[in-house]
Design a protein around this ligand. Structure first.
Ligand SMILES: Cc1ncc(COP(=O)(O)O)c(C=O)c1O
Ligand SMILES: [Zn+2]
Length: 413
């Protein structure tokens, strides 16, 4: 059973006892996000290569000696994690790298990497005796919370921008969430949810400020390491909105280093859309803080002008020796097509933004070498936003139901 020893502020380093605070540092306020720390000596004994090789639990819970487990909740019956990691030799050689691995996290129960965080959120809320969980979201965090909360028997209030794609809003309604479409952007939805959560005392599943949620998401890094027989890649590419996903990769790999399962952390490359690139700007300008700015991209899940987990994201990218890339919406759509046609993985725009960053870096130069092994996390399923996907493709031909109508209309392969 996992043992959380303390929570440490990412800005001032202040340590808190488990249970002393639930969300952020009381000295630094909302920017002072916290790291969950464990009894790593104990975890080292419980989480070994041999033990994992024998473990038949192919879900994120196989890493529970390094997870903040509180209750064995009903929500765990939704199988989350252990998503496939595909090796793509042809695409690797086209991009000029030694090996390319695609981690398809759109295969989780509600279709995104956010499921890993929501599974832990529901566990934790149940452990704390909460009945109601709330969150704001660009869409996926919310739909995943709705799904896991439904199974866990919790009620949910969800705040999403009124522009959220219909498929994601429909997921919320199907799972039975009470949905509030906020006439504003994600930043405004976040602020409204924060005020409502404070007023009503609901459990807060806003990943950017709830440190426990990263402990679910980090399992994606652990899986990449284990699926590659502990021989971690040189680079991992992932899209960045609030900055939780990239931070979770850092936490997952660094926890594995702590328990001796791997020796180094791959370079993490955070990819943003050009119309919304506060983290990219801060990294390129070597700034200590992130300046919030405009948000304008078709990749709705990363349409985040005010990234709340900026401190952890900057640290993850810098300490791993990584970098950032910004890509245009057109490059995102091109990447969506290319990835689907080369690998069979259909990601939503933000889901393939990490891959778009790899394509850009590989074709324009910027650090990759032919000896590098590269992994890319696809963070969300393409069926979540078909309106955007349709922009990446042409229209189908409409024909009469007879063989003559095909004459002269079929492309020659
Ligand atoms: C599909 C997808 N990709 C990437 C992200 C970005 O994650 P983060 O906000 O943790 O940076 C999100 C967040 O909503 C997402 O849903
Ligand atoms: Zn602090």
């Amino acid at each position: 059973m996992a043992k959380v020893t303390s929570l440490r502020c990412v800005l001032c380093g202040r340590l808190f006892e488990p249970g002393e605070v639930e969300y952020t540092c009381t000295s630094c306020g909302m920017d002072g996000t916290l790291d969950i720390l464990y009894d790593y000596q104990r975890a080292k004994k419980e989480l070994t290569r041999d033990g994992l090789a024998r473990n038949a639990n192919f879900s994120m819970w196989r890493y529970s000696p390094l997870m903040p487990v509180t209750v064995d909740s009903r929500a765990r019956h939704l199988r989350c994690g252990w998503s496939p990691l595909y090796r793509l030799p042809e695409l690797a050689s086209e991009l000029g790298v030694r090996a390319l691995f695609i981690k398809d996290d759109g295969r989780n129960p509600t279709g995104s990497m956010k499921d890993r965080a929501s599974a832990v959120a529901v566990d934790r809320a149940l452990g704390l005796g909460k009945r109601i969980v709330a969150c704001s979201s660009t869409g996926n965090a919310a739909s995943s919370l709705s799904g896991f909360a439904a199974v866990g028997g919790l009620q949910t209030y969800i705040f999403v921008p009124h522009t959220a794609p219909e498929a994601k809003v429909t997921q919320l309604l199907i799972y039975g969430s009470y949905v509030l479409l906020v006439r504003g952007d994600y930043a405004e939805a976040f602020d409204l949810s924060t005020r409502a959560i404070e007023r009503h005392g609901w459990y807060n599943r806003n990943c950017a400020i709830n440190p426990y949620l990263l402990e679910g998401k980090k399992t994606v890094a652990m899986e990449i390491a284990e699926q590659l027989q502990w021989n971690v890649p040189d680079y991992v590419f992932i899209s960045v909105g609030d900055g939780c996903c990239v931070s979770s990769l850092y936490k997952g790999f660094s926890d594995l280093v702590e328990v001796g399962l791997i020796e180094r952390i791959p370079r993490l490359v955070g990819v943003q859309a050009e119309g919304c690139q506060p983290i990219h700007r801060a990294i390129q300008e070597r700034a200590d803080r992130v300046t919030f700015g405009p948000a304008e991209t078709l990749a709705d899940s990363i349409d985040v002008g005010a990234p709340r987990n900026w401190a952890k994201a900057l640290r993850a990218i810098r300490r791993s020796g990584g970098t950032t890339v910004a890509v245009t919406d057109e490059e995102i759509l091109n990447a969506m097509r290319l990835l689907a046609r080369k690998s069979g993985v259909f990601g939503e725009p933000a889901g393939v933004t990490g891959f778009a960053g790899l394509v850009k870096m590989a074709t324009q130069g910027g650090g990759l070498s032919s000896s590098d092994r590269v992994a890319v996390v696809v963070t969300g399923n393409g069926l979540k936003d078909i309106v955007s996907a349709r922009k990446a493709v042409g229209r189908p031909l409409v024909v009469e139901p007879n063989i003559e109508s095909l004459a002269g209309k079929l492309p020659v392969y």
